[in-house]
Design a protein around this ligand. Sequence first.
Ligand code: 5GP
Ligand code: ZN
Length: 142
Amino acid sequence: MTDCIFCKIIDREVPSYTVYEDDAVYAFLDITQTTKGHTLVIPKKHIADIFEYDEDLAQIVFSRIPKIARALEKNFPDMEGLNIVNNNKEIAYQTVFHSHIHLIPRYGADDDFSMTFKNNGELYSADDMAAIAESIRKNVSN
Ligand code: 5GP
Ligand code: ZN
């Protein structure tokens, strides 16, 4: 896609720091380096977000993540963990609309990444949960 910064990075029109590359996948350092080694994994095919993957492309892209994660772990002996984040649509903090998966190494509770999940479990009865799950289940298709 002509106006996409990540397509330009894949095509080397815009420079980046390559972490991993094969025929279908490119991984490079995120410019912000939220934590040291913050990496983005992207399909070379331009798709906007998670809703546009077919099973084959998902298999290709997501299967690369464990080995890139292990490379980060091996490379940074002080890395204690890894957050994997994938934002989809503006409301969910997506700012670049070429699908990408953030790999964010964690070095301690006070490093520069944080994420909180509010616990709203008490708002849902067991029947509510069963109905929600059943309703979603009916929408799963190939
Ligand atoms: P999002 O907010 O869409 O999940 O993440 C987009 C990410 O792309 C941001 O973390 C941002 O730092 C990164 N990014 C945006 N433009 C560039 C760029 O030109 N080069 C690199 N390496 N990263 C970029
Ligand atoms: Zn693109």
